[in-house]
Design a protein around this ligand. Sequence first.
Ligand code: GLC
Length: 636
Amino acid sequence: MQQAYKLSKLYTLLNESGIKDTYFHTRIGANFPILVDLFEKLYASHPYKEEAFQTLTNYIISKFQERSASQRKNDIERSKNINWYASEQIVGMMLYTDRFNKDFKGIQNKISYFKNLGVNTLHLMPFLEVPEPENDGGYAVKNYRETNPKLGTMEDFENLTQNLHKNDMNVIVDFVLNHCSDQHEWAVKAKAGDERYKDYFYFFSDRYLPDELEKTMLEIFPDTAPGNFTYLQEQQQWVMTLFHTYQWDLNYKNPRVLVDMIDTMLFLANKGVDIFRLDAVAYMWKDVGRFNQNLPEVHTLLQIFKLCGQIVAPGVAYIAEAIVAPEEIVKYFGEGWAQGDECDIAYNATFMALTWEAIASQNTDLLRKSMHSVPKKPMNTTWINYARCHDDIGLGFDDNLIRELGKDPLQHRLYMLSYYCDEHHTWGRGKRFMQEPNGNARLSGAMASLCGLEKAMELNNEHEIQLAVKRINMQHGIILSLGGIPMIYSGDEIALTNFYEYTHEEDKKHDNRWLHRPLMKWEIAEHLDQYPIQRSVFDNLQHMITVRKNNAVFADRNDLRFIESGNSHLLVYEKRADNGKVVWGIANFSHYETLFPGWFIGMGRQVQNLLTQEKFIVQEQNFIGAYDILWLAVED
Ligand code: GLC
């Protein structure tokens, strides 16, 4: 009954719209019944569900009408190549527009820089209108339909995306959907007592429910924003704020919120977005008595977002920013009948954190063990492989796996933190982030500083400089060869070290994640001849990108396999292309050269290291230098 009624309404609306596009008609016809079901699953007994669904239908139609001819054409082309984002041709870089080169026009002026390096996919960090000075690096959006005026207008952003597209580049944009700023229009109305908008958030008149909810909620910034609720003095009410006090959690139990946020996302899609990074998705649904991460309702919500996106703008892909346990991350690709119908891409967060653990311990046991326990992801989905990003590195590895290796989980983490942060006895120059009373913490710091380059350069220690550079190259070599989108963190291509000046800025000084959000140093990037160390990192990265793009085996076809080489210093993996071509990645996490066995390739076979062109005959044991990475392909 539900379905039939809604379908007949849909067809009336479609007729009235005058839309002739047969692809759109097919998409909406095929997906609408699923949308009705998913909506019903969440809001079966909600009083506004009919009205909200009606609005959603209108939004879907009008957002398709607003989609430009070239976007529609691109949508169709991409539907013929649905996992375009898993290609070996895709190489990403994430950057803050202002910190990289001032504004949108500044990014446009650097297209040749990206091209020269080989980067063709830009993740532009949050650029929408935010309150100043505090906005969590753009993650507290005041207006989703206006850009931050410091960076340019929405028209400038559209010009930028059009220009990037002309240059065969893609744009990734954050969609901050778990929360908005307390200065967003909805929050302002809610503060003024407007009941409709109070229901867009989680408001409480006393502590009873907040106290109950706290029992199953994680704290995200326990040092700087303790507790998950903020008291509003004037209103004498509590509001839910998982992140900072000025980031208000949106109440997705209200279908109007979902519908308005879908419309917002589609509005942005029509500005030229290729891939959305869906921010902090794990927290989108909260309930008393239930752990507030990864609830099944979150997955239904994401399936609805994706489905609406598929109907209106099927060329757009979605990244789940869910920094949770690997077995939970995989669920964001969709499970069961929804396999592949949720997010297309997710962060390979555990892998990233474990590579830092492996560098600290010169041992890959935990990394390998953890990778073997990750469930396989569905076909046509892929990872973002990264070594650093704008956030801290969380040491959220599985305690049981650490214990199985005979280590104490806390002591092991403390060792790792000390390796990176206590510089009197190591080379790392990281900082502890959100330290807990037992000493456990997360980790901040630029890649080059964590790898020891900052200190080594300061002491002019040639040997340590070489080792640090090799660690950086190895990290880049790994993310480029695993299959998936390698995401280079801007500045790492020229080995920028920690940015200590963040402490001079009032709004940043309490958040040491700004340590690794440096201002781009064009005086280095544009004069690499005068900076041999940075130049070697840049050249090496550029070269590896070229090799990746020339070898289709580096596309992600769900073909990655980790190999147990018997040597705990090594990470060995195999990638196998459709044409039978195999590449073995071998990374040595040790300070010294070591040996890798030849059995997994085949003794006596001739191999070539794709990175150096060197050829050799595989022996029973073969040498690999300290922090070297090899991409070996069989010659015959
Ligand atoms: C994501 C972002 C992080 C931000 C948080 C709140 O985790 O990566 O930088 O603080 O969401 O939006």
